[in-house]
Design a protein around this ligand. Structure first.
Ligand SMILES: [Zn+2]
Length: 239
């Protein structure tokens, strides 16, 4: 009886050891495969420095939906998620703001705003930065307008390429029916107009459209938006 117990114990012991070895083996294969995928997506992606600019902040709330959703909060949430996704992809990320704070100072809102623009532009034009993506939400008098749109800086031809990649990603992943063309920024988009680095401004959706603003209030949808922007940037960096 004692001998039988010993045999059973040994069998269980060896099965357990084999199971542990098998698990470790499969984990190692998984890690090696993952490293290879990272290496393949490497090249430009691994070394790139992306500046993310969540539009507005603090007293400057930007557009507001009927339901009270404030643009600055939506911008920040999408931007923070985009930061995490880009960092996971191997990019270095800098933010113009990572909380509800304007970059500028001043005794009046107008002074603070112009200082904010000045400081953001300084960051947009930093020689450390490979590309800039500014995150905003749209608003229009007609509530039927909806869909993402990408604006690009007129100063570096690579801005248009970046805009094409992000638009393609939006269309492919999220909004197949979106017919909004990429648009060259004019003087009304001060930061893009004065930025020398490859730069785009992504209007992720219309807060004036009740259906789209309900989507923008949903965390999962905001994750999907940031993922679409992230994929566009990765495609651009891979070219
Ligand atoms: Zn805005």
């Amino acid at each position: 009886m004692e001998k039988l117990k010993k045999i059973v114990f040994n069998v269980i012991f060896y099965i357990t050891v084999l199971a542990i070895i098998a698990v470790v083996f499969f984990v190692m294969i998984f890690v090696v495969m993952k490293l290879n995928v990272c290496a393949m997506t490497g090249g430009g992606v691994q070394r790139a420095c992306v500046l993310i600019d969540p539009g507005h902040g603090e007293e400057d709330g930007g557009a507001v939906s009927e339901s009270g959703l404030v643009e600055k909060d939506v911008n920040l949430d999408i931007a923070l998620c985009l930061r995490d996704q880009l960092e996971l992809s191997g990019c270095r990320v800098i933010m113009t703001r990572d909380c509800d704070k304007m970059a500028g100072t001043g005794s009046t809102l107008s002074e603070k705003r112009s200082d904010d623009f000045r400081k953001r532009l300084e960051m947009f034009n930093s020689s450390d930065v490979d590309l800039v993506v500014s995150i905003h939400q749209n608003k229009f008098t007609s509530p039927s307008e909806h869909g993402a749109q990408v604006f690009y800086s007129p100063n570096d031809p690579r801005s248009e390429t970046l805009a094409v990649c992000i638009r393609r990603s939006f269309k492919g992943l999220l909004q197949p029916e979106n017919e909004r063309e990429i648009t060259k920024a004019g003087s009304n988009i001060y930061l893009l107009n004065n930025c020398d680095n490859p730069s785009v401004l992504v209007e992720c959706g219309f807060l004036s459209n009740p259906e789209e603003s309900a989507l923008l209030a949903d965390e999962e949808y905001r994750r999907q938006l940031s993922f679409a922007v992230c994929c566009g940037i990765i495609e651009y960096l891979g070219q």
